[in-house]
Structure formats: structure tokens, C-alpha cells
Ligand binder design. Sequence first.
Ligand SMILES: Cc1cc2nc3c(=O)[nH]c(=O)nc-3n(C[C@H](O)[C@H](O)[C@H](O)COP(=O)(O)O)c2cc1C
Length: 289
Amino acid sequence: MKVLICYFSGTGNTKKVVDAFREQFEKNSCEVTLHCVEKPLEEDLHSFDLVGIAYPVHAFNAPPIIVNFVKSLPKVDNGKRLFIINTSGEPLKLNNISSIKIRKILKKKGFVLHNEYHYCMPYNMIFRHSDSMAYKMWTTASQLIPIDCKEIVSQKDVKLGRVFLGGFLAYVFRIEHWGGRFNGKKYKVNKNCIHCAKCVRDCPTHNIKIEDGHFVFGKNCIMCMRCSFMCPKNAIKIGWFNGWKVNGPYNFNNPNGTEQAKHKNFCKRSYKKYFARSEKKIAENSATA
Ligand SMILES: Cc1cc2nc3c(=O)[nH]c(=O)nc-3n(C[C@H](O)[C@H](O)[C@H](O)COP(=O)(O)O)c2cc1C
């Protein structure tokens, strides 16, 4: 089976999940092509049996770069099998509405959604999860992915739950797409900057330029946080949302992180439910394996 996974990942969480999927598909004798949507798609969709779209949830929606990519796809033969993967910082059911818009577009183009999976991964904005929470999220996702991948390969349909008025709510939250563009122009670099220009090179929309020695942030920001999250000197201020900035990659290998868990009481019930549901699925699967 030939599988194409088209993904966007601002700060690496979704890429980590996509890489784990690739490994599992290959274990299931599939041939996998990964395509980062920051570049135009050159592959012919007709040569794949299965197409996946993967992205981080941004304000309960798919990021604009994913929406635009999906819009740019050609029509395919009716019935092209589709799966969707998304990652988000908290496991609220409201995140299930994130794919509504792209699902509509893809359906019109001839894709048929058979599987959709959501994985909770640490926040790259709002607040920093503790290392131990990041470890827990990743160990959970990495145990779910082999099971979920088998479901896709064995053609067992699995969808996320519906949310009442989901389409309307997703539409309202898409204001973030516009807000991000305005806010992006307010980004600033402070005196800690060492002019390594990593942000300039890595911005997925080429929105950051250096003009006369000064950093200029344009109007094409998609709020992916790559520039500020990955900045080695934590030198980028992210406009109105600076209080929500998270800087520096997570240590996914530290089960005993000592950093104070700010999330202790945040969405406590929905994290509890997510981990309980995941543990149940993992246990059921290991019992039948
Ligand atoms: C602009 C923005 C909006 C976000 N909105 C949500 C959200 O609505 N729900 C959520 O659970 N997480 C949200 N997050 C967190 C990310 O979805 C989460 O950290 C994701 O795993 C990041 O993936 P990436 O590293 O592949 O970019 C948001 C992050 C950003 C930067």
C-alpha cells in the first residue's frame, strides 16, 4: 500500500507524531512518502492508495497553511481514502471541530475520510507544560500510534466525536487566522538577539526579513510560533500574546521533571479523561495482541 502524509508542524510536535506513523506504516509493509506543506506538492495523488493530512490545532481550527494546501489539491478519483491526524495542547472535545473546514473541501475533491486521530502534545503557546507532562503525553501517543496505524491499514473506520454547532464555532474561532496576521506585524526582537537569523531561515511563510540590520515582520504570520519557540536566545516578543509565549524545545525523555506544573488545575478533567481513554485502548489492544 502506498501512503502519502502531508503535514505541517510549527514547532515539531506534529512532525514527531507523523514520524512515528511513518515507522508504523512501514512495519505494516506500506511505502510512505512524507510531504511538508511548506513546499508545493509534486507527487501525483493518483499514485497513492491512502492520503493523510496532519497538523497542529490552532484556535480549534487547522492552520491557514493547511487550509490553503488542501484548497490547492487537485480533484481525485471518487473515493480516495483519507485520514487526518491532529495534535493539540489540551484534550478538550472542542478540538474535534478543527478539521470541519478541510473535511468539507477534501470531500468536494473526491476524498473520503475513514480515520481521524487526535493526540495531546505539549503547548507551544499559552504556557509551558512540565517535562514530566510532555513525557506522559508522548509515551501515550507513541503507544497509541501503532494501534491507530493498524486500524487505518486494516480499514477499520474511526472518527472523532461530533460537537454541537461545531461548524459555527470553528467559523467564529477562525478569526485567529486574521488576528495572527495583524499580531505578526507586532513581533519584535530584543537586545538578546545574536542575529543568527534562524527565525528568518525557518519561517514557513518567509515572513521575517532583515532590512538595514533590523528585523522586519510582515503580514503573513500564521502564528505557528516556530520563530519565538526555537529562538536560541528567547529574543522574540510575539506582540499581544507575549504573555503566552513558550520558548525552547521540550525534553520528552524526562519523566521526573521538577519544573512546577502550571497545568496542575488546568483542564484537569479533560486530561484525566484523555489519559484514561488512551490507557484503556492500549490495555485492550495488548490483551488481544
Ligand atoms: C496560535 C496557536 C493556537 C493554538 N490553539 C490551540 C487550541 O485551540 N487548542 C489546543 O488544544 N491547542 C492549541 N494550540 C497548541 C498546539 O496545537 C500544540 O502545542 C501542538 O501540538 C503544536 O504542534 P506543532 O509543534 O506541530 O506546531 C495552539 C497553538 C498555537 C501556536
